[in-house]
Design a protein around this ligand. Structure first.
Ligand code: C5P
Length: 233
């Protein structure tokens, strides 16, 4: 059964706690990203964990292996459940992240690799020396590379998840943002899928922000998305 993760894209710890309490029981998983973490630090992670929720710490590490290993260990000590790294950090960095996560056993953090940022197109890839490969080719290559080095899963767009879930090992996690309930405003997301489509195509975790946080009744909006996730249309 796929899980719903709500992106806590707010600026303060107080707002974060208020939103988590307002959404209540239907949602058990929250994403804390660069904006909130840079503003509030580990205290906001602790606050969400203290409310009995799981935390996806989305800081997209990309550094030398020793630094990433130690940062993942810090996340494990905080009780973080999912963490992101950039797959272009290389084999030793990905292995170091996975090894540090493994120290915490089954309950420890799972490492998710970012393959190609969805903000990059073919000419952006060429600028950094990736010539002759489309973003889709590069996503597929990096997905196999990162999971082969020990990453537990991938962050990918709902447009990519179908192709990836068919070729990667069973048990790989697929975390997909860019999900919008049927009929909802898409905001700045360009390529979106409905919750039912994303689950049908193999998403194991759906990340949804504004359609829940900005709804007049966030708990009801979350419940409606959970209902759509169970449809698998
Ligand atoms: O509000 P919305 O549902 O668009 O939020 C989606 C969340 O997922 C945001 O935190 C955004 O930064 C993140 N994300 C994304 N697209 C990606 C990677 C991450 O929307 N390709």
């Amino acid at each position: 059964m796929a899980e719903l993760i709500v992106a806590l894209d707010v600026q303060t710890r107080e707002e974060a706690v208020e939103k988590v309490k307002l959404i209540g029981d239907p949602v058990g998983f929250y994403k804390i990203g660069l904006e909130l973490f840079t503003a509030e630090g580990p205290d906001v992670v602790k606050a969400v964990k203290d409310l009995g929720k799981k935390v996806f710490l989305d800081l997209k590490f990309h550094d030398i292996p020793r630094t990433v290993e130690r940062a993942v260990r810090s996340g494990g000590k905080l009780g973080v459940d999912l963490m992101t790294i950039h797959s272009v950090g290389g084999k030793a960095m990905i292995r170091a992240a996975a090894d540090a996560a493994a120290e915490f056993g089954e309950a420890g953090p799972k490492i998710l690799a970012v393959t190609v940022l969805t903000s990059l197109d073919r000419s952006d890839l060429e600028d950094v020396g990736i010539i002759g490969r489309t973003p889709a080719d590069q996503v597929l290559a990096m997905a196999h590379f990162a999971t082969g080095c020990g990453a537990h899963g991938l962050v990918c767009s709902p447009m990519e998840v179908g192709a990836l879930s068919k070729t990667l090992a069973p048990g790989t996690l697929f975390i997909t943002p860019g999900v919008r309930p049927a009929g909802e405003a898409v905001g700045d997301q360009k390529r979106v899928a409905t919750p039912a489509d994303a689950v049908r195509d193999g998403s194991t975790h759906l990340v949804v922000g504004r359609p829940i946080l900005a709804a007049p009744d966030p708990a009801a909006a979350a419940r409606a998305i959970l209902d759509e996730m169970s449809l698998k249309a």
